[in-house]
Write a protein that binds this ligand. Structure first.
Ligand SMILES: [Ca+2]
Length: 618
């Protein structure tokens, strides 16, 4: 028998895996290899541990020297990523380090392969056998990254995948599925390079889910407070939650909770104090600042999950005029519709409760859908609190679009007002598979949570085509929204009261956000995307009146029935036909209604639209 030395370890391994990658790399002319021929006569005396050590060292250098390897089809996408990182190593030392990283994998072997011998084979090259699964003819192993490619070339192996954590379905998965955003994320869109201004209660900039994983720096790239005496931190706990829905990357939950645009940057402009209250002047100043910073941070989106009652026409309202200027400067403005859909103080069943600046015809106004925590959309209903159109004074058809807003999990600002008042809304770390002592996430509901899903989708859309104008973005989102089947029903609120639920265009707008279709259906007529005006004739018939330069007026395929589905007519009179919404077609009819500010509260002009516990059922 041929003398065997430690230099022959490669051959021992090649015997075990005759078709492995290295056997091609080490040709018979190789000194090491040829010294071992004939292989059948070799008795390998190395211990598995020594084999592994040598293998890692040799293969890491080999892999470093090799050009990027093709994707291994028998390895899962995560494991291919491990190999990609190995190939991207900057030095042989780093390659060696990465190659030695251990991963828990489930290896499945082909039908007919004898499981005991297969298990022994993997153990023989240094894989640590942890469990056996006869039902899938496989086992759980702990192996170094350097072995993955070799294992994938073993003809007896059919598939190798990491030992993934199986935890409760991510609540954000069904949000991203419901809005058909996951396929876009899976296609590689991340919102990288897009700046989203969050005009809110501040953002916890050092939340790990808002960190750029490549640089280690926060993706909250700019922070400024517009409240005298307060810094830009999030004392209320609202803006951080909003920012996470837009751009959280799931770092603290291993990808379990994630936002739509996981690499977008956040521009934190604080306008709400520790109780969620603010002023018009702060909002206007923040919008002005966003416009000034547009080119510096590539601010393409402003998210306003804040608002207040409508007191005059949008044409006069200063915060409406401010958002219009942002729009005209090339920034998409996404605004929460408000949470007053249950307000019947005007005997309107919640109609005409969309708040400012969501009443402006330029911006994208977002209502809230209740997904009922399932991926299927068949059980979805409108959240009964979602504010309804048409707008006061101007009768603009709002909201423009809807997105999930009920029980949304996102980033927690520990110790904030919402956190202290609603500790039960914190998610236990165990829920997302973490052993951390403190939680990183909490649940909130409201149109405040629906708007940032749309903002994140807009970031992805702009990443796909940076030249889209705000009008084109709004038009694409609305035309491609999933149309809502018109229904009428009543919903039982958690407070024991029933609320009417009619899904007409004043409730659902153009339908449910569909990010995928908005990105991949690219037709676009010329014009603007001003939301239409609802008009009522002397017979009480209600219809939409389009701006003559709008997409909807300029193209049949972008017409009312295409964009708004059944439009306004079906069953509409049941709920709002005779209501005070229309008054006598003069503004004076409404000021009386709004004269009593019980609904809105006194002293607070701008508020955050979220409730931690109230809107949890319908
Ligand atoms: Ca559902």
């Amino acid at each position: 028998m041929l003398a065997h030395t430690s230099a022959c370890h490669i051959c021992c391994l090649s015997r075990l895996f005759p078709s492995a990658a290295f056997s091609r790399a080490y040709t018979p002319s190789s000194r090491w290899h040829s010294a071992c021929i004939p292989k059948r006569q070799v008795t390998c005396t190395m211990t598995p541990k020594r084999k592994l050590k040598y293998l890692v060292a040799v293969l890491s250098v080999l892999l470093f020297a090799t050009a990027a390897l093709a994707r291994e089809h028998k390895l899962s996408s995560e494991l291919n990523q491990h190999l990609a990182k190995l190939n991207a190593a900057a030095s042989p030392e780093e390659a060696s380090q990465r190659a030695a990283e251990m991963v828990d994998v489930i290896i499945q072997f082909r039908n007919g392969a004898q499981l005991p011998s297969q298990l022994e084979k993997v153990k023989g090259i240094g894989g640590q056998h942890k469990n056996t699964f006869n039902i899938i003819n496989g086992g759980l192993f702990r192996v170094p990254v350097s072995l993955l490619s070799m294992l994938a070339h073993d003809p007896d192996v059919t598939y190798i995948s990491p030992d993934r954590q199986t935890i409760k379905l991510s609540p954000n998965d069904y949000i991203l599925d419901t809005t058909v955003t996951n396929p876009v994320i899976n296609a590689g869109y991340t919102g990288a390079g897009i700046g989203v201004a969050v005009i809110d209660s501040g953002v916890k900039a050092n939340h790990p889910d808002l960190v750029n994983l490549s640089t280690g720096y926060s993706r909250v790239v700019y922070s400024q407070s517009f409240i005298s005496g307060l810094d830009a931190s999030d004392q209320y706990g609202h803006g951080t939650h909003v920012a996470g829905i837009i751009a959280g990357n799931g770092y603290m939950s291993n990808g379990w909770m994630r936002g739509a645009a996981q690499r977008a940057n956040i521009i934190n402009l604080r306008v709400l104090d520790g109780n969620g209250a603010g002023t018009d002047s702060a909002v206007v100043a923040a919008i002005q600042r966003a416009i000034q910073l547009k080119n510096t941070y590539n601010i393409r989106v402003i998210n306003l999950s804040v608002g207040r009652r409508v007191s005059e026409s949008y044409a006069l309202d200063p915060i409406c005029q401010a958002v219009e200027q942002a729009w005209k400067a090339g920034i998409v403005v996404v605004v929460a519709a408000g949470n007053f859909g249950r307000d019947n103080s005007m005997n309107t069943n919640g109609y005409s409760t969309v708040t400012a600046p969501g009443n402006d015809p330029y911006v994208i106004t977002v209502g809230a859908l209740n997904t009922h925590a399932t991926q299927s959309t068949s059980d979805d209903t409108m959240a009964s609190y979602s504010s309804k159109g048409p707008t006061l004074f101007d009768h603009i058809v709002k909201p423009d679009i809807i997105a999930p807003g009920n029980r949304i999990v996102s980033l927690l600002a520990n110790g904030s007002t919402l956190d202290r008042n609603y500790p039960a809304n914190e998610l236990s770390p165990a829920v997302y598979g973490s052993t951390a002592y403190t939680s990183s996430y909490a649940t909130l509901s409201g149109t405040s949570m629906a708007a940032p899903i749309v903002s994140g989708a807009v970031a992805l859309l702009l990443e796909s085509n940076q030249y889209l104008t705000p009008d084109q973005v709004k038009g694409r989102l609305m035309k491609n929204a999933t149309k809502i089947y018109r229904t009428y029903n009543t919903a039982l609120g958690s407070n024991g009261l029933y609320y009417s639920n009619q899904t007409d265009a004043f409730v659902t707008g153009a339908g449910l956000l569909n990010t995928y279709n908005a990105i991949y259906y690219t037709d676009a007529p010329s014009g603007n995307s001003l939301s239409p005006i609802a008009t009522r004739d002397s017979f009480g018939n209600v219809s939409m009146s389009m701006d003559r330069n709008s997409f909807w007026a300029n193209s049949v395929v972008w017409g009312e029935s295409v964009v708004w589905g059944d439009g306004l007519l079906t069953g509409s009179s049941v709920v709002w036909g005779d209501s005070v919404v229309w008054g006598d077609n003069t503004n004076s009819g409404f000021s009386v209604v709004w004269g009593d500010s019980v609904v809105w509260g006194d002293g607070i002009t701008t508020t955050a639209f979220s409730e931690a516990t109230t809107y949890d059922q319908n």
